[in-house]
Ligand binder design. Structure first.
Ligand code: FES
Ligand code: FES
Length: 161
């Protein structure tokens, strides 16, 4: 079956079994390796991408579900000023996520800041709870998201709020 969709702002199509997992299509057919294969059961968050602007686990989505939709991976998101705000915020707070969770943490922070430009620690912890990570401090991650939020507010409003 030919599946057409938008991938990182480009129209694409792929021949695939309709029930192939989106994560495999992204990685194997398009060479987009930012989203990782972790549990493949919807638990770890490492595979996340944006589908029509919403955060989704790409391991749980059959590729037919993106037909005529719009998928953004970390590779596409990297080109946006929103990414730069988060990258800078993470650096400011000393957050250095590994290759497995970086895409998930950045896209999750982005979606959180879209809905809540000034999230509390509790809200940030809740948003990040879906990403399995036992190797870095969640306190630093909270500070990183707060710094990212401040960066985004400054860019959006021209001053610190
Ligand atoms: S690989 Fe998709 S949630 Fe773990
Ligand atoms: S899983 Fe990536 S830093 Fe912990």
């Amino acid at each position: 079956m030919k599946i057409t969709f938008t991938l990182n702002s480009k129209d694409v199509s792929v021949e695939s079994s309709p029930d192939a997992r989106l994560i495999h299509i992204l990685r194997e057919k398009f060479g987009l390796l930012g989203a990782k294969e972790g549990c493949l059961q919807g638990h770890c968050g490492y595979c996340c991408a944006l589908l029509n602007g919403e955060l989704v686990p790409a391991c749980m989505l059959p590729v037919f579900s993106v037909f005529r939709g719009s998928v953004t991976t970390i590779e596409g998101f990297r080109e946006t000023p929103d990414f730069t705000d988060i990258e800078k915020g993470f650096i400011q707070a000393g957050v250095d996520p590994c290759g497995y969770c970086a895409s998930a943490k950045i896209l999750t922070a982005h979606k959180l800041l879209e809905k809540n430009p000034n999230p509390t620690e509790a809200v940030i912890r809740k948003a990040m709870a879906g990403i399995v990570c036992r190797c870095t401090s969640y306190s630093a991650l909270v500070e990183g998201v707060k710094a990212a939020a401040a960066n985004r507010r400054v860019r959006s409003h021209g001053k610190y709020r």
